[in-house]
Design a protein around this ligand. Structure first.
Ligand code: NDP
Ligand code: 2IT
Length: 446
């Protein structure tokens, strides 16, 4: 890339956010994709859109004190980064994981801006979280932590202002505790969080939405290239929310899922892994993936999570965490015959891995498009809360399916329009950007 202006903005982002490699990685990827847009739209340069879009509107960092089961006071650090509100209220998940620091939340918030734009729904971008490790904590400890987290967060969110949801380490249980505390402090029953339980304002199909959406997007991408999911061998990293329901939908579409993982290792089962066994193991019994082999004699467990990318497959679905596929893993996928990588996790491929995909010409479904089904269905939950009605599973699933089709269509169209046919990463970045950029320009220098 030789555009001096864009290079200058990237340099400033690097200097201003030194020590936050994940954020710099996310911004660099998007800005590099925007080269043809910048060259044809001097009005965006004049309006300072690129400088503004790379800087969060607001970053909140707060203390989260809580008492553990031994009566000791523990302190964690909480975050909410409200990145961009040009096209709607801030919207994005909350992550509880020991690796969380400002740079992770900023990269996730930045990605969310473009992802939410692609969904066609009116949602700005945000992300939050804490460096809290839910593993090994009792239910009471999780509740006290969530209550303390919300006691501070309540000051900054609201159904027309900022609507958080789940992400790694935050599922229905945590959303329930946070919603309860919000309602208690505000004395208000509103759709301030999504991913809520079904008997207090949650949407049917939200739990399944990211995994299902990943399958719908991948199906579109494959069909557009004369291929199909049926009969293919699939590997899925992770065994959490996204991974589990991706397994269900890909299996329904006729694929066989032969490997899944957690942060300790992966299992391989040539007979195929039934998602119901993963639900039982992970959601009900809270066990590690290695326990899968004790009930499945055909399965083999291997220690170390990155080994999963050495398993031969047709389609790889990274659904665990950022930068989980590096150059070497990408090369090994392709050497073993993988022809499509579709991302359920956020930024799971390093820039070097993406280079390998691009050079080899495999199909690549980038995260901000492929995993947008979760937040899209959160948007549908917000709509249902606003009209005080709930739609059936089928209605929500059909809306999700048509949103994922339209996301693929806009990525495909933008890639073609800007001379990069088949590059859905560039297509997603450009299509997501254009809507937000036009809105920012129309709203003036804010
Ligand atoms: P969960 O907490 O339900 O599951 C996370 C899974 O990923 C677990 O199997 C976990 O293993 C594994 N994992 C987490 N961190 C690491 C790590 N550092 N190294 C290796 N494995 C890891 O989270 P979700 O399924 O909700 O989220 C998975 C990914 O999908 C994330 O990138 C998230 O941002 C993204 N995403 C989630 C959406 C949602 O609606 N939930 C929507 C769009 C994207 P272990 O149990 O060992 O920690
Ligand atoms: O990364 C994501 O899109 C999510 N974790 C879901 C966000 C949401 O608001 O549903």
């Amino acid at each position: 890339m030789k555009n001096q202006y864009l290079l200058g903005v990237i340099e400033t982002v690097k200097k201003r956010n030194a020590g936050e490699p994940e954020f710099i990685q996310a911004v660099t990827e998007v800005l590099e994709s925007l080269l043809p847009v910048i060259e044809s739209r001097p009005d965006f340069v004049e309006a300072g859109i690129i400088e503004r879009i790379a800087e969060p509107e607001r970053q909140i960092i707060f203390r989260v004190p809580w008492t553990d089961d031994n009566g000791r006071i523990q302190v964690n650090r909480g975050f909410r980064v409200q990145f961009n509100s040009a096209i709607g209220p801030y919207k994005g998940g909350i992550r509880f994981h020991p690796s969380v620091y400002l740079g992770i939340i900023k990269f996730l918030g930045f990605e969310q801006v473009f992802k939410n734009s692609l969904t066609t729904l009116p949602m700005g971008g945000a992300k939050g979280g804490a460096d809290f490790d839910p593993k090994g904590k009792s239910d009471g400890e999780i509740m006290r932590f969530c209550q303390s987290f919300m006691t501070e967060l309540v000051k900054y969110i609201g159904p027309d202002c900022d609507v958080p949801a789940g992400d790694i380490g935050v599922g229905a249980r945590e959303i329930g505790y946070m919603f309860g505390q919000y309602k208690r402090i505000r004395n208000e029953f509103t759709g301030v969080l999504t991913g809520k339980g079904l008997n207090y304002g949650g949407s049917l199909a939200r739990k399944e939405a990211t995994g299902y959406g990943l399958c719908y997007f991948t199906d579109e991408m494959l069909k557009a290239n004369g291929k199909s999911i049926a009969g293919k061998t699939v590997i899925i990293s992770g065994s959490g929310n996204v991974a589990t329901y991706a397994n269900q939908k890909f299996t329904e579409f006729g694929a066989k899922v032969v490997a899944m993982s957690d942060s300790n290792g992966y299992v391989y089962d040539s007979n195929g892994i039934d998602y119901r066994d993963i639900v039982k193991l992970k959601e009900v019994e809270h066990k590690r993936i290695k326990e899968y082999v004790s009930t499945h004699p055909s399965a083999v467990y291997t220690e170390g999570c990155s080994g999963i990318w050495t398993v031969p497959c047709d389609i790889a679905l990274p659904c665990a965490t950022q930068n989980e596929i590096d150059k070497q893993s990408a090369e090994s996928l392709i050497k073993n015959g993988c022809f499509a990588v579709s991302e359920g996790a956020n930024m799971p491929s390093t820039p070097e891995a993406i280079d390998v995909y691009m050079k080899s010409g495999i199909l690549y479904g980038p995260a901000k498009a492929a995993n947008a089904g979760g937040v899209a269905t959160s948007g549908l939950e917000m709509s249902q809360n606003s009209i005080r009605l709930s739609w059936s599973f089928k209605e929500v699933d059909e809306k999700l399916h048509s949103i994922m089709k339209s996301i693929f269509a806009s990525c495909d169209k933008a890639a073609k329009e800007y001379g990069m046919e088949g590059n859905y990463m560039a297509g997603a970045n450009i299509a997501g950007f254009l809507k937000v950029a036009e809105a920012m320009k129309a709203q003036g220098c804010v």
